[in-house]
Design a protein around this ligand. Sequence first.
Ligand SMILES: [Zn+2]
Length: 256
Amino acid sequence: MSRNPVVKVVKPPEQEEQLACASCARLTSHKILTAVTEEGETYGGDIQYWEQYWTVQCLGCKTLSFCNRIRTSEDVGYDEEGNLVPEPTTKLYPSRLVGRKKPEWDTELPFQIYRVYDEVHAALCNNISVLGGIGIRAIVETVCKHQGLTTGNLQNKIDGLAAAGVITQAGADILHNLRIMGNTAAHEVKAHTAEELGTAMDVIENLLMNVYILPERARKLPKSKPTTAAPTKKQNAPTTHGAKKPSTPKPTITKS
Ligand SMILES: [Zn+2]
């Protein structure tokens, strides 16, 4: 692409950069720790480019990541006074979107669910909108399959999830909307807006939390145990129907 690029390890710029932080899930100040620059021109010398490669650190949570800022002689716009100004492109690695932090429980998902969720999350963070829309439908499809609903079309399967009590009817209505969203992405190659995809992903994460995470966590909770001694035959059991439940008798230990 380029011919004889000039690459230099340079002193990191002292200014802080406002970048999206994957951990903080918002724009935060980042310190530039290391910097390499590259400049050159494309074949024929038509376009000049200047690139900066930075190792950056969020000044809030201290997370390290990588930033690539590219400016070319073609990437220019106009400021409010009509002057030409450069319009660089910034890429962050790992890719991330402001506000689209992965939930801390994603690795607790069944692997086949996690794999498709992870890919869709990456698509959204990289603004791959058409595949993101198709992927959201694929997550719904995978959840249905994982729940044993394998016959009929996706519409039937979502209704099956509601009938089985896995999701509420309101949840099914939302999934039908996501199904239709995925259909338009796949069949009409329609790219949904970042806001639409973000809302859809919020719904998906809620679904996954309710179907896979909360039931598993509830199962691990300690079962309720009696906290007071059980009434003996000489004592009367509580007769009120209030908050206190009658406790079960303790086992009698007899010495042999
Ligand atoms: Zn941070």
